[in-house]
Ligand binder design. Sequence first.
Ligand code: ZN
Length: 407
Amino acid sequence: MPHKPTRSFFERLNQSFTDSRWQSYKRFALWGYGVVVTLVLASMLYVLSLDLPQTEGHGTVVHQAAENQAVLRGREAENIYNKPADSMSAGLAKETVSLLDGGAKPNGDANLDRDESADKRAKPDSETLATLASKDGSITIPVKDIEAILPIPQASEPAWRTYAANWTQKGRKHIAIVIDDLGLDQDMSKQLALLEGPLTLSFLPYADDIRRQTKLLRQRGHELMVHLPMQPKAVTADPGPNALLEDITPAEFERRLQWNLERFTGFVGVNNHMGSALTEDAGLMVRVMVQLRKRGYLFLDSLTSPNSVGSSAARATGVPYIERDVFLDNERSLSAILAQLKKTEDIAAMRGYAVAIGHPYPETLKALQFWSAKLNRHTFSLVPVSQLVAQRSAAEKLAEMKKATGP
Ligand SMILES: [Zn+2]
């Protein structure tokens, strides 16, 4: 006969719980736990999704709310700049516009409609207007006031200072020689590397083997720039792949801008390749400048159009900038290029500095070799363009200080 074991009270109790009731208690407990966790998570999500002004009411989160608002404003600024000036409308939140009350006020007579402001855009003065609109209605303000209203985050260690080339002060009149359209003729890069500098060398971002070419020139003491392709007016002129054009979407514009700025490193800023059409468009130029400001680059306006708003847009967004004075080789003969170099000297002698832009032509290389050997270095110093930008920015700041404090 099989022996039936005697079970203790606890064993029997345990057995009965394991069988039926215990299972149902366990299921009940698990369900309850699940419901509680879901409720807690849902209420946390709800609190996070509340508008920031509402969370400001809770004393302990005021500080964080203020920080969040700063981030929010930064994001809104980006949204605005992602649109052309004539459609800077959607997405400007109420709190951003209300900043106007404490800061710059819109001009009383700036009540332009869209078409008129498009005409104004073509003017290279500091009164270039942009229309911003919100749920509360639209405002039109000078582009120069944009920064005061919508602060743009700036690189803490600006690239235009980090990568500035060294130079030696001999003469007190400063000349920057910029050669652009570089990168396609790799032999020309090697020839330029041998010239006494510092020269400022601006590379087409779509050039092959661009990292190696630029690295060599920087090691030789020259300063580097990106020669940013932009839409020209002439329909026959091709600015090249990934050029900034007027009729591409804002997203594609940003993608191309980013691509162009990330092809190599060690450069101080950009100057426009072509761009006689694009540099007249304040909205699009502001979008370019916002990226330059964020990444800490300077802007040299090649001035391919007399109506360029490049400088206005740079000033408005806090991007250090300068403009080209002389094109060296519109006429490609040795004598004509030497005459333009003399003109550059004359401007530097009068104003203290001059910026000349030339191109990778054999005639230009020859003229530079000849001119450089004869340059009176007691009077003139060759400087990288970043040096002139630094001097010009300092002079502008000084003038502002004097204006603010009086004579
Ligand atoms: Zn060019």
